[in-house]
Design a protein around this ligand. Structure first.
Ligand SMILES: [Zn+2]
Length: 154
């Protein structure tokens, strides 16, 4: 069975969010986890069905399987809650960087972040890794508590 590439998942999502595609996990949750139709999800987030399927494909690949991806998307959403876009869409449809005020098109946002704001990307990745550790500990604790209840009841 294919391993889950957590590092790659976090890097991918951090760059997506910083580059202004901060809807990506919401879209994936609706499409992949809740099983809503690709057309309506794509329409809602103003992307093409092709793009949506591309995001899903990447997440499934990095997760190791579709089943794992379905479990991981909500966790990724949880751990990225404090990560905010650096580049945002402006009213004229172009994208503007909040750190250096440069204006660019949608296709260039991620490259821009990678090239000029590597530090912000590193901070976002660290933040997500830290949150992930907390989530893991919480899950572990919940598991142990359940075991205790189960053992004492029997
Ligand atoms: Zn910039």
């Amino acid at each position: 069975m294919k391993q889950t590439d957590v590092k790659s998942l976090i890097n991918y999502i951090a760059l997506k969010i910083l580059g202004g595609s901060d809807y990506v996990l919401d879209a994936l949750e609706e499409y992949l986890v809740k099983g809503e139709g690709p057309a309506s999800v794509a329409y809602k987030y103003n992307i093409s069905k092709h793009q949506l399927r591309g995001y899903a494909q990447r997440i499934i690949e990095k997760s190791g399987s579709e089943g794992k991806a379905k479990k991981i998307v909500p966790i990724l959403k949880d751990i990225s809650i404090n990560v905010k876009p650096v580049v945002r869409r402006s009213e004229d449809g172009m994208y503007k960087c909040s750190l250096c005020n440069m204006t660019m098109s949608r296709e260039d946002t991620e490259e821009h972040v990678r090239k000029y704001h590597k530090e912000a990307l590193t901070v976002a990745i660290k933040e997500m890794q830290t949150r992930l550790e907390q989530v893991k500990q919480e899950l572990q604790k919940a598991k142990e508590e359940k075991t205790v209840i189960f053992t004492s009841a029997s």
